[in-house]
Design a protein around this ligand. Structure first.
Ligand code: DQA
Length: 93
């Protein structure tokens, strides 16, 4: 995607198990280090919540959250939860 001139590289996946989520986070860390364009990754569904809350630690430039109680995709958390997770994780680094 980057060599094709993309301004940002995004992938959203539905994991089959926890190993899929871990794989996505590992790939996120590798890609965000190796590439110039911002990398955006997330796993959907209940299993994927950890990727939305911790994605920034692995190099994901942003995530998707809902400002209310109507998520536009499975597993999309409320914005307040994402902000709280990021606050906690930032203070532990
Ligand atoms: O790529 C994504 C992420 C998303 O699928 C989500 O799971 O939050 C929501 C979609 O609208 C958006 O295009």
């Amino acid at each position: 995607m980057e060599t094709a001139g993309a301004d940002a590289l995004k992938i959203a996946v539905t994991p089959a198990d926890a190993a899929d989520v871990a794989r996505l986070l590992r790939v996120t860390a590798e890609a965000s280090t190796a590439l110039t364009a911002p990398v955006i990754t997330l796993s959907m569904g209940d299993l994927g919540l950890v990727s939305r809350l911790t994605g920034a630690v692995f190099g994901s430039a942003l995530t998707f959250a809902t400002p209310g109680d109507r998520p536009s995709a499975p597993g999309q958390p409320p914005i307040g939860l994402v902000r709280e997770a990021r606050r906690v994780l930032a203070s532990s680094r």
